[in-house]
Design a protein around this ligand. Structure first.
Ligand code: ADP
Ligand code: MG
Ligand code: ZN
Length: 248
């Protein structure tokens, strides 16, 4: 059970949503430190992204632990697809862990968030675009939402919904791993096994982080077939706006 003080806070927060459904930004100025333990009245979204092994889960756990230390009610969700280490905990590659709830869909997060003031989501890339509206609703309700996920897939292509979440977030942290070839800053997750499916849950044996120079995109990521023949454009010819302005 959470204290009535905390539930009051969430109720009070909902009054910060104006009739158009937008958050009052009065308390969300650029001065807000997302890592501070001060209880801000309005909710917000933090995204932690990067390749595999970049420390996203560690960073998520670090932020959520601090919220717990501040006695804020925290709920953490992860997709049921990812039960590599545990079903009821988010676990980093370094084996730091925090208790979590495994869910099948983003909508379940909305239903199970209850009165949590802070909501964490790991492996956001497995939830699909539905997560974007769910996360925004949670923030509108006055909650702090911390999301961790891969921003690029194994081909180096943006991996929805993380790029969309980055766009609507107040705070974005892009982490780098260590490139396993040259030791440089890695932003790509090189798949080491031959598998064409976008989702392949695995860790050390299936992927390794690589930097831009060492990353080798898989062949299937290249556009297939011949380039379409150049078609005659139906669009009007480019007009110089400076000279065209006065013409009818
Ligand atoms: P992510 O959630 O981004 O996949 P984790 O937070 O689970 O990453 O794990 C990060 C940890 O992985 C690091 O603290 C480090 O101990 C370990 N690690 C293993 N390989 C690498 C690497 N190539 N670069 C950085 N960290 C690595
Ligand atoms: Mg992780
Ligand atoms: Zn490299």
């Amino acid at each position: 059970m959470m204290s009535s003080k905390k539930s009051d806070r969430i109720e009070r927060n909902s009054t910060l949503i104006d009739p158009s459904g937008r958050l009052s930004t009065g308390r969300l100025g650029s001065q807000v430190d997302p890592h501070s333990l001060v209880n801000h009245q309005a909710g917000w979204i933090e995204v932690v992204c990067g390749p595999m092994f970049s420390g996203k889960t560690e960073e998520l756990i670090r932020r959520l632990r601090r919220a717990q230390i501040a006695r804020q009610r925290v709920e953490i969700f992860k997709p049921t697809i990812d039960v590599r280490y545990s079903l009821d905990a988010v676990v980093s590659h370094d084996e730091t862990a925090i208790k979590s709830v495994a869910v099948d869909t983003a909508e379940q997060i909305l239903l199970l968030a209850g009165s949590a003031l802070v909501v964490g989501v790991d492996e956001a890339q497995f939830f699909g675009l539905e997560l974007v509206s769910v996360v925004q609703m949670l923030a509108q309700q006055g909650r702090r939402v911390v999301i961790a996920g891969l921003d690029l897939d194994y081909r180096g292509v943006p991996f929805e919904p993380v790029p969309q979440l980055m766009a609507v977030a107040e705070y974005v942290t892009k982490l780098h791993a260590v490139c396993m070839v040259c030791g440089g800053p890695a932003i790509f997750s090189q798949r080491l096994v031959k598998e064409g499916k976008r989702v392949l849950v695995g860790s050390k044996s299936a992927y390794e982080p690589r930097c831009r120079s060492c990353f080798v995109p898989p062949v299937e990521a290249k556009p297939k077939g011949r380039r379409p023949k150049a078609q005659k454009s139906k669009a009007p010819k480019t007009v110089n706006p400076a000279t065209a302005r006065d013409k009818p």
